[in-house]
Design a protein around this ligand. Sequence first.
Ligand SMILES: [Zn+2]
Length: 330
Amino acid sequence: MAKLYFRYGAMGSSKTANAIMVQYNYQERGQNALMLKPRLDNRDGVRTVGSRSGLSAPCRFVEELDGIDLSVYDCVIVDEAQFLTKAQVQRLVDIVDDMDIPVICYGLRADFMGNLFEGSHWLMAWADTIEEIKTVCWCGRKAIMNARISGGKVVKAGEQIVLGGNESYVALCRKHWARGELAPLEIRRIAAGKEAYLPLLLEADPSREMIEKYLDAGEMYLLLANGQAVSVAVVTTTEDDACELKNLATAPEARGKGYAGKLLRHLFKLLQPRFSRMAVGTSPANVTFYERFGFAREGVIPGFFADNYPEPIIEDGAALKDMIVLSKAL
Ligand SMILES: [Zn+2]
């Protein structure tokens, strides 16, 4: 007998990555698993499910179910199931009961105000199996609430679904959600949506074109202070055992508080198992900063800034020409 599953978890609990893995497991056994998501409105026209981990997979919309021949599928997977309507959950129940096809739904339990979503409400009521996908708050307790962050603050009122807004979401334990307390300091690796941090990256590297050369392949790390992105770093692999710090930037209003140094020290520890050295190319004004963290001068690339940047970069009243290369053993 097929079952209706509801696997719920807070933001960032890898629900989409789980959904993609389940589809992959079906395919590995020579079976078909249909990936679906509800269409939020006409603007949401992308037939892809994407995870923060960077994994993504093609999908169809739940609204298109009438035009899909379900008889060729062994399983139906629904991502973002919190956005389903009651009628759509009923439709999934019918697929399970009338066609004997298992339906596995992934979604959030509650919105940023702590209320059930419509889809989650009916899945909680009707699913055969309800399973939790766990994730943790910055304090280490289980995160069960989803906080909406706007301007660095936890907001508790507004529309349930905001499309195309500047809000971001973070999973918190109930206590920290209720108090609106975000992590004092937190480092996150950003795998998807790196472009959102371009304004911050441009603080350290004024050419968008240059940033785009290393952004995709680079590993991006973000330091957040009370939910605000204050420092960013991008690291690329140069040789088998070496890496290069391509960008290290701090938001203008957050400078002088040691954030870049904290991020850098964390990177030394994080990258040490994979790389023996870290190199950085910088301007004369930043050499002292890097020397303080154990970097030593290795050489100079003459004319680097003059040759590679469309506009002159002015530092201490003069146009930058040469790049100074420093490196450090990890
Ligand atoms: Zn907490």
